[in-house]
Design a binder for this molecule. Structure first.
Ligand code: 1PR
Length: 475
């Protein structure tokens, strides 16, 4: 079988029966487990104790190690990874390794021997480069597809050497007054026009806009079903349809959030949050994002110190792997004169509050910012990392839709608190806001909505600016 077929392997943390299994011996913590013994070498977890964020999520630059029909012309191009374990190159597996990447040291990105090919990254999520590699899997040769594609083959990619910072387009989706599903956008979470009718702002159609952002160079697309806290998503089938149709044409990762929780419908049928997430994954999502339910889970965990294993966050993370679970935080600034005024982590503000307050804590909210909870963003971030979140989407209600820049104090606080990747969100109004957040914090990604929807700044203008400023991005 193997002799006459190419194998296409990709890795998710969840599945051990992939690239790791071809290795020998399989190193897991201090326990050595033998793999199939096809490829010599060891597999281990990325070392987060050195400050590396794990999982390794995002676009990393391929370093070609030997001539390969499948990888022809992709030297220095970024492809999409999502994993916590990696196979390491060594003298023993030299003859197998066709490409490596750098993340706290070199790791194996692709292997090739005879007509056996395997990759660590996700070609199906790696835009044109990945689609061309997939064509190579089918035809055995990439050279034709490379010529015919619009892959930026001749672009100087000298600077591409490691994990790129991601630029993410976010679409807040809900039904408008006529019942049509629209992309909307709020000011500090108020998505209605300031007219008498208070219509829900309509900035476009979800599938079309997502497709446009993919073409424009977004590294990921995020959908937030913003009324999911009150409308059950499996009753809201258009959202699943949006995902299905989007994933037919968008070949970068898709995240979907909103309404991920246990639910009993009016007929008494119980749905677990795992069922909701599974339906989202089956419809094309790569990651799901949990908001309100993660706040309740973190509050309980902090109170009891016990991981119940029953929360949506824990269950989805257990079944699909933590790299598939994002926690979306919706904090609001609460100004203080002294850090001693509250039992939560506070920050000394770069810009004092309206009454000259020097400090603030960031109060978490649920139900789309409608209800404040007795937990800070710092405490929440640490708790959800413990409970199995693989990434944090960090909004800020004060900055949302204001176009005045990200809340650097908040992004710094949270990105220094956790070892998982953080996505800075809310407030982008100019390209300089992106370079500021990447320069001043260790955030892995920056997300924006309004400036892209209103076509004020193209995604590529953001990336070009970042590249000139010395931040590695996928161009
Ligand atoms: O609580 O699990 O059902 O999840 C609900 C999800 O919906 C959460 O992720 C929450 O952030 C989101 N959400 C709920 N209500 C709103 C609202 O706007 N009324 N949107 C909302 C949150 C924030 C970002 C926005 C950035 C960037 N929107 O998604 O895109 O702030 O905007 P900007 O670049 O224009 O400043 P659950």
């Amino acid at each position: 079988m193997l002799k006459s077929q190419r194998i296409y392997l990709k890795q998710r943390d969840l599945s051990s029966l992939e690239l790791e299994l071809l290795q020998r011996p399989w190193t897991y913590s201090i326990k050595l487990v033998k793999g199939l013994g096809v490829i010599p070498g060891a597999v281990g977890r990325f070392d987060s104790s050195t400050g590396l964020r794990v999982p390794h999520i995002g676009w990393n630059a391929l370093q070609i190690q030997k001539s390969s029909a499948i990888l022809e012309g992709v030297q220095g191009h970024h492809v999409y990874f999502v994993h916590s374990y990696r196979a390491m190159p060594s003298n023993d597996n030299n003859e197998w390794v066709s490409a490596t990447c750098n993340y706290g040291g070199g790791f194996i990105a692709a292997v090739e021997k005879g007509n056996v090919h395997a990759v660590q990254f996700h070609p199906e999520k790696s835009s044109n480069v990945g689609l061309d590699i997939l064509k190579g899997f089918l035809t055995g040769n990439r050279s034709d597809s490379v010529k015919s594609s619009d892959l930026a083959e001749n672009q100087p990619l000298k600077h591409a050497s490691t994990l790129a910072k991601r630029v993410i387009a976010c679409l807040d989706v809900r039904a408008n007054n006529k019942g049509d599903l629209v992309v909307t956008k709020g000011d500090q979470y108020d998505v209605r026009e300031h007219s008498e009718e208070r219509e829900v702002r309509n900035l476009g159609k979800p599938v079309e806009l997502a497709g446009q952002y993919y073409k424009d160079g977004a590294d990921e697309v995020t959908f937030l079903n913003i009324t999911g806290f009150r409308d059950f998503p499996l009753g809201d089938l258009p959202m699943l349809e949006v995902l299905r149709r989007t994933s037919e044409n968008v070949f970068v990762p898709l995240t979907i959030g909103g309404g991920i929780r246990d639910f009993t419908d009016k007929d008494g049928r119980y749905y677990s949050s795992l069922e909701v997430a599974s339906e989202y994954f089956r419809s094309g999502a790569d990651k799901i994002s949990i908001g309100s339910d993660a706040v309740y889970a973190a509050e309980e965990y902090i109170k009891t110190g016990v991981k119940m294993g029953t929360t949506s966050l824990e269950q989805i993370s257990y079944v699909y792997g933590n790299q598939a679970v994002v926690v979306s935080i919706d904090p609001r600034r609460v100004y203080l004169n002294s850090p001693k005024d509250v039992p939560f982590k506070t920050v000394e503000l770069t810009h004092p509050g309206p009454k000259g307050e020097k400090y603030a804590w960031y109060q978490c909210t649920v139900n789309g910012g409608r209800e404040g909870r007795p937990i800070g963003a710092y405490e929440l971030a640490k708790a959800v990392e413990d409970l199995g979140a693989g990434e944090i989407l960090l909004n800020c209600i004060d900055c949302d839709g204001q176009g005045q820049g990200f809340d650097i104090d908040l992004v710094k606080l949270i990105s220094e608190a956790v070892n998982i990747p953080v996505i800075a969100s809310s407030g982008a109004g100019a390209v300089e806001h992106f370079s500021a957040v990447f320069k001043q914090t260790s955030t892995s990604a920056a997300l924006a909505a309004g400036i892209f929807h209103r076509r004020e700044v193209p995604i590529m203008a953001v990336k070009e600016h970042l590249r000139i400023q010395g931040t590695e991005v996928r161009i």
